[in-house]
Design a protein around this ligand. Sequence first.
Ligand code: GTP
Ligand code: MG
Length: 345
Amino acid sequence: TTEDPGELRTPIVAVLGHVDHGKTSLLDKIRGSAVIEGEAGAITQHIGATAVPLEVVSEVAGNLVDPTEFDLPGLLFIDTPGHHSFSTLRSRGGALADIAILVVDVNDGFQPQTEEAIRILKDTGTPFVVAANKIDTIPGWNPTADAPVKQTYEDQSDRVRSQLDEKLYELIGELSGAGFSSDLYWRVQNFQSNIGVIPVSAETGEGVPDLLTVLMGLAQRYMKSEMEVDIDGPGAGTVLEVVEERGFGTTLDVILYDGTIEQGDQIVVGGTNDPIVTEVRALLKPRELSEIRTEKRFDDVPEMQAAAGLKIAAPDLDDAMAGAPVRVVGDKDVADVVADVEAEL
Ligand code: GTP
Ligand code: MG
């Protein structure tokens, strides 16, 4: 183990949930208004990633997160469109995400894609929290923009609070039906045996400080040892999407969950036929706090370290597959890496 924060990789947080329950809105809120250009409120067409550095987490969370108490570099959020197959969120037969936010519209409760997400979280053993979203739509709700929900919950009238309680208890009941015991997050003692439910509004920002605090706390407390990876070792990632990009030809949108990838590296990518062996021509990086999907101009960078969302430009990617592994060969034997990739497909 090490105390050097440079050796800890960023935990990957998947945002899952039923269509229109507010996944993208919640991420937009976390990113802040500065970044949203054109795409706000739109249905997410593709999967992307957003890196939120610790300082920003701390800023959004207000006094709830003291940055000096944490040594993880921040959080990397992956948005998932409600209609997208979650299979691309898997890696090595496990979960690509280290932790997840299950977003549930507090009025709608469990819906088919909520159930699908729960099944995947269960199968992959991914720890998660539930964001009970759209609390601002409770009739008579008295909002305080961007406030911690623990405070704004107390500020409501008895009638409004009991309406919210009723919906939250329904949700807790549905979680129980799915095999998970849960409670309002401020009543949860042990987040490993109990799922924390965090009432939020992506509209008013209420509960967002609490959500970030719980996520950061969970990651720091229970996942730190898993974040101690060989960050300088050969990179490993999962293809989210194969994208035609003007000037670059076929490119890969990738979540890098381990190690380092450099320009010129030899890589092996899972394809529809045999694994593809090729060489990285360019690594294209979304600017920090921006969404890889909505970014028009990428920064060309010499190398990237996990965890990150990035675009890889390389020859011969036409047969690459979404959900397939990407491996940097490094000092290994190409044939061995090809065999590894084949085994994972
Ligand atoms: P898909 O990507 O299509 O699966 O949807 P999504 O889960 O990303 O939902 P999105 O963020 O696009 O939100 C769907 C709609 O709900 C939009 O019209 C949002 O403005 C609205 N919405 C999201 N969160 C809230 C909320 O907290 N309060 C209110 N009132 N509306 C919300
Ligand atoms: Mg969306």
